[in-house]
Design a protein. Structure first.
Length: 155
């Protein structure tokens, strides 16, 4: 278990219908770094996110995607995931592949906004989901520490 002292934070819940509007606003307002953990990556979802990612990269915002190694995917999604990972690499997005059926879904923006929940950010298509948005540097850092993501360097 991971404990932390009590602190103030702002929290809001989003569903699959309103998540992307706020998420993209957070991305557009980022100043330094975005970390996205999503076990699945699909071409259809990435097509909607690539324009935003390209704008961030042009502003020198670091983007880190932590995802399941395609070798752990079923064959029907393995090829799609591999292609999207290659495109991300070409764009300059840092990709971290995890083995062992990784299934976490979260986003950390500028180490001050934490999104966590059930929605696969890089592959969502049509299921009912929930995501919690927490504003608070301490909570974002707690998640980074808990998941041992410190090696994803922030400027």
């Amino acid at each position: 278990m991971f404990f932390q002292k009590k602190s103030e934070f702002k929290s809001n819940l989003f569903n699959q219908k309103d998540f992307y509007r706020q998420f993209i606003q957070d991305l557009n307002n980022s100043n330094n770094e975005v970390i996205i953990e999503s076990p699945y990556i699909t071409s259809s979802r990435m097509e909607t996110l690539y324009p935003v990612f390209k704008e961030l990269l042009a502003r020198r915002i670091h983007i880190h995607i932590v995802t399941r190694d395609p070798i752990d995917h079923a064959e029907n999604i393995r090829h799609q995931s591999t292609n999207e990972i290659l495109i991300c690499n070409e764009l300059g997005i840092n990709i971290v592949l995890l083995r062992g059926y990784h299934h976490r879904k979260l986003v950390i923006v500028d180490r001050s906004i934490l999104w966590e929940g059930s929605l696969n950010v890089l592959s969502y298509s049509n299921s009912q989901e929930v995501m919690r948005r927490i504003e608070g540097k301490e909570w974002a850092i707690q998640m980074i520490d808990f998941l041992r993501l410190k090696s994803l360097s922030s400027r």
